[in-house]
Design a protein around this ligand. Sequence first.
Ligand code: UD1
Ligand code: CA
Length: 458
Amino acid sequence: MNDLKVVILAAGQGTRMKSDVPKVLHKILDKPMVEYVIGVSKEVGAKEVCVVVGHQSAMVKSIIKDRCDDVSFALQKEQLGTGHALMQTGDFINSGNILVLCGDTPLIKAETLKVFMDYHEKEGNAVTVMSMCVEDPTGYGRIVIDQKNGSFSKIVEEKDANAEEKKIKEVNTGVYIFKAEALCEALSKLQNNNAQNEYYLTDTVEIIANSGKNVSAYMSMDPNEFMGINNKLQLSNAIAVMRDRINTRLMLDGVTITDPASTYIGSDVKIERDTIIYPGCMIEGNTQIGKSCIIGPNTKITSSKIDDCVTILNSVLDRAEIKGYSSVGPFAYLRPDSKIGEHVKIGDFVEVKNSNIDDGTKVSHLTYIGDSDVGKCVNFGCGTVTVNYDGKTKNRCKIGDGAFIGCNTNLVAPVEIEARAYTAAGSTITQNVPEDSLAIARNRQENKEGWRKKNDNE
Ligand code: UD1
Ligand code: CA
C-alpha cells in the first residue's frame, strides 16, 4: 500500500499490570511488547511510524529509540481517550492511509494486516475496522450493524452499551485503517459525552459513516492475534503463544526441540537444521546457531554466534563466538567478546571473558581466562587464573601455541607464555616465559623427617 503510516497507541498507564514498568515495555521473550508492534508495522511497509507516549514517556521513548530505528513520537500528556491520543499526532495524520495499532497487542501478524489493508483498498473505504468474534465479549467495543440496511454503523463501548448491544459477540480488535482526510475530519467533530468522558477513537466510525463515506468491518479468524495484554496473567499467555509460534517455525525448518514448552527462543534467533535443543533453554537476541549442534539442557545464550557441530551443556553465553566442533560446559560462562576457535574444549566451571582461544585448545576445568590471547593446542591445567585486573587497569595475557599451563597457575598480566613453554603446577607467573622452557615460580618442597613423632611426644 502506498502512503502507509502507522500510529501505535502506547500512552496508557496499564494500571492492571501492577508494575513500576510501563506496560508496553514488559517483555515477550527477549523484546518489549511494543517492539513487536513496531516490527510488524515495518514488515507491512509503513513509510513512517509514530508512537503515542504519555505515561512514563521518557522511559518508553528512550528504550524504543535504543532498539528501533526510524520511529517518531507524539506526547499525550493526559490520557483523555484513544481519539484524543490520535489528535496529539498533529501533521503525522494529514495524508496517506493511517493504520492504527495498540502497543499492547504484540501478537498481530503481518500477513493478517496485509489482507486487511488490501480489503480496505479494494472496498475504497474511508475507514475499515478489524473485528473478531469472541465467546465472551466483556470489555470490548461491540460492532453494531444497522438493522435497516444491514451495514456496519458504529462501535459501542461496553460501558455505554445497552442490554441488547452487550450480547453482540462481534467486537472491535482496536486495529483500524483510515483515509487521512476522513480521520482528521472526524477527529475535529469528536466529543466526550460518554460513560468514561473520553474522546473515543471508536466514535469516528459513526461520524464517518454518517458523512456518507464507506465504512466496514473486516472479521479476523484468529482472536489470539489481538489478545490485549492488561495484566501479568495475559502477559504469560502471550509469551506462550509467541514461544509456540517461533518454536513451530524452527521445528518445521528442521531444528529438533525436545520440549517446546520449556524452550524460549527469541524471534530474531537463527538456528540451522539438525541442531537439537534440550529442555530449559533460553536463546535470545541475534544469536545464530549452525547445523548439528547440541544445546542444553538448561542453557542461556544471548546474541552469540555458534558454528556447526558445537555442544553446549548447562552453560551461559553472552555475546560469545564459537567455531565448529567445540564443546562448552557443563557449567561454563562465556562472557562478551569471548572468541573460541574450532575443536576447543571449554569444560566445567570455566569462565572466559574478552579473550581469543585458538583451535584445539583445552580448558577443561575450574579456570578463569580474562583479557587473554591464547594460541592453538594449549592445555590448561585445572584451576588456572589469568590475573587480569590490578585494581586499576585490565591487562592482557598472551599464551603461545602448544603451551602447557600447570594446575593452579596464576598468570599475572601483562605476561606472555611463549610457544610450547610449560609452567609448573602451583606457579604464580609474573615474568614472560621464553619458548620451549619450563617456569617454576613457587617454593621448593622441604620434608622435615620425623616431625610428627617429635610433635606428638611433646
Ligand atoms: C479499546 C477500544 C475498544 C476495543 C479495545 C480492543 C476505544 C474507546 N475502545 O478499548 O472498542 O474493543 O480497545 O482492545 O478505543 N491509549 C492511549 N491514550 C489514551 C487511552 C488509551 O494511548 O488516552 C492507548 C492505551 O495505552 C492502549 C490503547 O490505547 O494501548 C487502548 O486503550 P485501552 O484503554 O486499553 O482501550 P480499551 O478500553 O481496551
Ligand atoms: Ca480503557
